[in-house]
Write a protein that binds this ligand. Structure first.
Ligand code: 4AD
Length: 454
């Protein structure tokens, strides 16, 4: 029962409880009586007290339960249970420590949502020390651990920051369908039955973004892309978050500059914001905004660099012009150079059908990959073929089902423009700046071969 003689409690969020408006009590003065709701992050018991760290994802408040509280109810307190707690805000006694230098002395509480104890207790199901790779079926609970929660908050901040960056640069957001009948090359398609027709899960929003240029101007989409790559690697997901943009009336150099600006701009904004800066500092203390301008290298120069540095192709042979540089070789090169690389001008046959050829060397395309240390490729993009006849013949040579691509060809038929764009893998970007071992840690519920739950 609540003690009716106490002053009425002020309802507040834990994250608001650090304001100066609250009087902190001590031996001489009575502190403000407040009421907060939170989830039990941690519990520590001494003979005289139970210390409950109550959190609301933005802040933590130390709640002190004394002997006066019902002994049996105290035993029922479990990590991750949610409580409503009433009490007086007080100064922390010298020598002790508490978040925000304050503690709440509980005079009444009620349990809003219980959590199990014993073998099903949170700490037993997802032990702090257990590597999350051994706990994939408990991903939903693993995410509640402080480190994983910090990755998810960083992800939220990054998504928000990309949108802020694009807005500040007059770019509009679009969306593209997930069920499509187009592909951009490779065998990495999920196909499914769609009302009696075969359809695919989209690998990219690019083709649709291109069609939005006359409507929205420079635009972007942030959506899932799907890749049926049977690749058990640190860098491949079957469903990932693709940050894609398309820019109108540009030349290749504009695209390269824009890509460098977005990457650096978003990182600078994340580091300038105290909240996201703190997340990055916690997870990757050594991370610094990359030096500009980024190192640029043509594909042909990368081939030379690899051979000069003894990084061989798959069969132990030197790299030759025309080979698809393996991801491992790319990463080895980027790690040695130790900073982001803008790799350009890939041979025509290594890139998707829509890539514009380099006017001065038709063997290569106006294509770009951005590689970063520790991860490898985070961005892929390029200029698009803008000429209707040329695109049409490429589509025919590739034996595309022309009907499925007619909307794409119409983009050229009705007022074509020089344009280009790129896609950035959000999870790879996060793995880089947050220093995560795998992209699987950078998405709430990773999808990879064999894993479709939770
Ligand atoms: O290089 P990709 O395949 O490019 C495209 O899809 C273009 N149509 C994008 C565009 O121009 N709008 O993919 C772009 C990026 C890669 O650089 C990588 O960061 C990420 O998407 N990516 C993946 N991330 C996680 N798992 C996978 N399986 C990925 N495949 C690509």
């Amino acid at each position: 029962e609540q003690d009716e003689s106490l002053p009425a409690a002020i309802k507040m969020k834990i994250s608001d409880s650090e304001t100066s408006e609250i009087i902190l009590g001590n031996e001489n003065i009575t502190g403000t009586r407040v009421k907060v709701i939170g989830r039990i992050e941690n519990i520590r018991t001494t003979k005289a007290f139970t210390f409950v760290y109550l959190a609301d994802t933005r802040a933590t408040l130390l709640c002190v339960f004394s002997d006066q509280q019902n002994e049996t109810a105290r035993i029922s307190l479990q990590k991750q249970a949610t409580l409503e707690v009433y009490g007086e805000m007080r100064e922390v006694p010298p020598k002790n420590k508490a978040p925000g230098d304050r503690e709440l002395h509980v005079d009444f509480y009620s349990t809003i949502g219980k959590a199990p104890g014993g073998s099903e207790a949170f700490s037993n199901v997802v032990p702090e020390s257990a590597n999350q790779a051994t706990l994939p079926d408990f991903r939903h609970l693993v995410l509640r651990r402080p480190e994983e929660a910090t990755v998810m908050k960083s992800r939220a901040a990054a998504l928000d920051t990309f949108r802020q960056y694009y807005k500040a640069h007059d770019m509009r957001e679009s969306t593209a369908p997930s069920f499509v009948q187009t592909q951009v090359g490779g065998g990495s398609l999920f196909s499914l039955q769609y009302y009696g027709q075969t359809a695919y899960l989209t690998q990219t929003s690019q083709l649709y973004l291109e069609t939005q240029l006359p409507i929205l101007g420079d635009c972007y989409a942030i959506q899932s892309s799907f890749r049926a790559e049977n690749a058990h690697t640190r860098l491949h997901l079957s469903e990932y978050t693709h940050v894609e943009a398309e820019l109108d009336f540009i030349v290749f150099e504009d695209l390269l500059q824009h890509i460098e600006n977005v990457i650096c701009g978003v990182i600078d904004m994340l580091l300038a914001d105290p909240e996201s800066a703190a997340y990055i500092q916690t997870l990757h203390p050594a991370f610094k905004s990359p030096a500009r301008p980024f190192t640029r290298m043509r594909y042909s120069e990368a081939i030379e660099w690899l051979n000069e540095h003894g990084i061989m192709a798959d069969e132990g042979e030197p790299h030759t012009f025309g080979v698809d540089i393996a991801e491992a070789a790319e990463r080895a090169m980027t790690n040695r150079i130790g900073e982001p690389i803008i790799l350009t001008h890939f041979p025509v046959h290594l890139k998707a059908f829509y890539m514009k050829k380099d006017a001065s060397d038709p063997r290569v395309t106006e294509s770009v990959d951005v590689l970063v240390p520790g991860v490898g490729e985070v961005v892929g993009g390029g200029m698009r073929i803008e000429d209707y006849e040329e695109l049409f013949s490429v589509m025919k040579n590739n034996k595309w089902d022309l009907a499925s691509y007619s909307f794409y060809a119409d983009q050229r038929k009705y007022g074509s423009t020089p344009h280009g764009g790129y896609g950035l893998g959000l999870e790879r970007f996060l793995a880089w700046i947050l220093h995560r071992h795998t992209v699987r840690e950078c998405i709430p519920f990773p999808r990879y071969p064999g894993k479709c739950t939770p």
